[in-house]
Design a protein around this ligand. Structure first.
Ligand SMILES: [Zn+2]
Length: 478
């Protein structure tokens, strides 16, 4: 409540400058106050998920923590949807419009870390929230709860829906939810991600495809009768060499990376099996498809050369993010209405200690709101399954500061900040921007129409074809 009272004069200053004129002020202020009132509860919930640090498809306790919190807040909860035990939907209200928000909660393996500014595993070898998804899921749910409270009070009509989406880091849980038709009746989706800046980002993400290449040859003694053998590793080596030649003849936006999963066992046996794990990325789906057509030829060619069999299996692939400029402008207006994020001197010092420990510039935490980019250029490196949702429903994407500027991501600094007040603040701030934007979307049919029109124009003639394999999601056995 204290923050809310302090914020009002700022909102007035911003408005008097002639930009970020925010409609539905009373409802937004009520939503912000509601998030402040729940802030400690949300921080506790986030800390629970942070401590569980469960990896893709194994987020049993994390998803249950979020689902039971939603149920306790009065949401209708459906667990275990789209053939994934850790996926759920929580919704409140009825009728139209339906506004959705995405929440993730999977951790990364092997990067356990205490909430301290030096590298110190909490449990050596265990997982850690190096992408801040403990904050992501809870922040998104916090925004939905703030809206639900005003729906319950009869102040806002329509439906708010939280998507509990597992396995973002590995497995692409959202693709299976798209395949199950869970996004067909929703008008607009909101999403956010922890980061090192506050940004209604207009930059897309890379499209990618994740695939396995296997070679099957014929074994023989490597000295006694090698002429009887056909080496699978020969096939593998010709493949990687050809792939590396291909690098000269692709666009600068293309990225190709691989690891050798099985390259034979001992030198004195002609190996009859070899396996690679590869990713191809580009700025959009078409670019990835162009490279993949050539990769398939290289697979065939290397198998011919080595006289072995080869097989390419797509595991999963993500689209590039379909950026909705009208939606991003709305997020930006709400960021401006809220004003910059504020950290304490102690939090800035915590961040600088991390920056010193990781050899990055000791710039601390970025509190400012990044300027809105109308022409952001090609995406930076990285892919997300949120992008697949964005090709099915207009999707708005926000980033807030939860970690030190330029500190390594998917690494201990992000885990450390996500388990203390820096992460909590970035999360609460994100919840407020999302909730304020939800107020606009639920109240303003013209704004919804503008966003949906832009979406319809951008997807016209480009039917969505997800890189999702047939059959059930790849849930690991316990
Ligand atoms: Zn992430």
């Amino acid at each position: 409540m204290e923050e809310y009272v302090k914020r009002l004069p700022l909102a007035l200053v911003v408005m008097s400058l002639g930009f970020a004129q925010s409609p539905f002020l009373e409802q937004k202020s009520t939503a912000v106050a509601s998030i402040d009132a729940h802030a400690q509860e949300l921080a506790r919930l986030s800390d629970q998920v942070w401590a569980h640090a469960e990896t893709a498809f194994r987020e049993t306790r994390s998803s249950e923590a979020l689902a039971s919190y939603a149920a306790a807040q009065g949401f209708r909860v459906r667990r275990g949807i789209a053939e994934m035990p850790t996926a759920f939907i929580a919704e409140y209200g009825r009728g139209s419009p339906v506004i959705g928000v995405l929440g993730e909660y999977d951790a990364l393996p092997g990067i356990s870390q205490k909430a301290e500014p030096v590298k110190a595993p909490l449990e050596p070898g265990a997982g850690g929230h190096g992408c801040g998804h403990n904050l992501l899921g809870v922040g998104a749910l916090g925004a939905a709860v703030a809206i639900k409270e005003q729906m319950a009070a009869g102040k806002i009509a329509g439906m708010i829906r939280f998507y509990g989406t597992p396995a973002e880091e590995m497995g692409g849980g959202k693709l299976y939810m798209v395949r199950a038709g869970l996004f067909t009746d929703v008008d607009i989706i909101l999403s956010w991600h922890p980061g090192d800046e506050n940004n209604a980002d207009t930059q897309s993400s890379q499209a990618m495809v994740d695939f396995i290449v296997e070679f099957q040859g014929k074994t023989a003694h490597a000295a006694f009768d090698p002429w009887n053998g056909r080496s699978a590793v020969d096939g593998l080596e010709i493949f990687t060499q050809s792939l590396n030649y291909l690098r000269e003849h692709v666009k600068p936006t293309v990225r190709m990376h691989y690891t050798i999963v099985d390259g034979g066992k001992v030198p004195n046996v002609v190996p009859d099996y070899a396996k690679l794990w590869c990713w191809v990325r580009d700025s959009d789906r078409t670019g990835v498809e162009d490279v993949m057509r050539r990769v398939r030829k290289i697979v065939e060619g290397s198998a011919l050369s080595a006289d072995v069999e080869a097989k390419l299996t797509v595991q999963i692939g993500y689209y590039n993010m379909l950026v909705n400029m009208a939606g991003q402008r709305l997020l930006f207006a709400n960021l401006q209405w809220l004003g910059p994020l504020k950290f304490t001197a102690a939090e800035q010092e915590f961040a600088r200690q991390i920056q010193k420990a990781t050899g990055t510039e000791p710039a601390g935490l970025d509190e400012a709101i990044k300027p809105f980019l109308e022409n952001p250029g090609p995406p930076e490196g990285g892919s997300t399954d949120v992008a697949d949702v964005s090709w099915n429903v207009p999707t708005l994407q926000l980033t807030t500061t939860t970690a030190p500027k330029a500190a390594p991501w998917h690494a201990w600094p992000v885990v450390a900040c996500g388990g203390m007040s820096i992460g909590h603040k970035g999360m609460t701030y994100a919840a407020k921007v999302l909730a304020s934007t939800m107020v606009d979307l639920l109240n303003d049919p013209a704004k919804r129409a503008e966003i949906r029109k832009e979406f319809a124009e951008k997807v016209a003639g480009k039917p969505y074809q997800g890189y999702v394999p047939d059959g059930p999601p790849p849930i690991p056995k316990r």
